[in-house]
Write a new protein. Structure first.
Length: 284
């Protein structure tokens, strides 16, 4: 399947007015519900709403309607890439905490690259049929840059967390990077956790991310010791109707993150950005 065909529906949706009904006729539709390919379908939409889908032989196109013949083209729902980090380019020098090659290539150059080429990355997502990306831990600078792509017809929808709230553990060499490029906020007390969580609010993150990483041999003891900072972050974020994601690579950290005592769950309402703050998850 060609990338241009996959992205056809996204492109067409961006070219027409918000209220006029448009008929895509003779489409080859990928139906994720039935997991089947449906031949010769007509899709009727207006603005950002799909009004009707069915066999082209059964849907009558009214006179004067906007009609686009997509014979031979594939139409599919937009895909979601649910875990990306724009501060990591995916290249050889993007993880100095894992492979430190800064003597060969300064990390500052990596930071400049992702800032300058973010639009190219977004175009590639859309060309592959990915219409939403979720950055599960970014920087204050990237949160500001995210807003510059809102409404661009070549960019997917971007949901983004701010810097990762990291109890105690400060990953090197990210510890020497300051705002607006710092991807981690290391906290040592519950009060620090609340303070750094609040620091992200002016930049309107879509969620708050906790990096609940355990490094000692006694994972349970370490998890219990650091849990007050995790709990404080969750409760502060939920009080402001933000969703929380937790990076937990150990079972005990994941369990503690989602136990009822980790947050006062009663009375929480859907967040102002359309997310339900009680829907927490522990991601790997």
């Amino acid at each position: 399947m060609k990338k241009s065909s996959i992205a056809l529906l996204v492109l067409i949706f961006s070219l027409h007015g918000a209220h006029a009904q448009t008929y895509l006729v003779h489409a080859r539709l990928l139906d994720p519900v039935t997991q089947k390919t449906l031949p010769d379908q007509t899709i009727v939409y207006a603005g950002d709403s799909i009004l009707q889908v069915g066999p082209s032989a059964r849907i009558k196109v009214p006179k004067g309607a906007v009609v686009i013949d997509v014979t031979g083209k594939w139409v599919m729902p937009g895909m979601v890439d649910a875990h990306v980090h724009f501060f990591q380019t995916g290249g050889l020098y993007t993880r100095p905490d894992a492979i430190d090659l800064r003597k060969e290539h300064p990390y500052e150059k990596e930071m400049e690259w992702y800032k300058e080429h973010m639009d190219e990355q977004l175009r590639r997502y859309l060309s592959c049929g990915i219409t939403t990306v979720i950055d599960d831990g970014a920087t204050l600078g990237l949160l500001k840059q995210r807003d510059s792509f809102a409404g661009k017809d070549y960019a997917p929808r971007i949901l983004m967390a701010g810097p990762l709230i990291s109890p105690v553990y400060n990953p090197k060499p990210f510890d020497i990077i300051s705002d607006p490029d710092a991807p981690f906020y290391t906290v040592n007390t519950a009060e620090d956790a609340v303070k750094m969580t609040k620091k992200e609010y002016p930049y309107h993150p879509d969620l708050i991310k906790i990096w609940y990483v355990l490094t000692s041999g006694d994972t349970r003891a370490e998890a219990e010791k650091n849990f007050p900072m995790v709990k404080a972050t969750i409760e502060e974020a939920h009080a402001q109707h933000y969703k929380v994601a937790v990076h937990a690579t150990e079972k005990i950290a994941a369990q503690l993150s989602v136990e009822p005592r980790s947050s006062a769950q009663v009375g929480l309402r859907p967040g102002r950005r359309g997310v339900a703050p009680e829907d927490r998850r522990a991601d790997r």
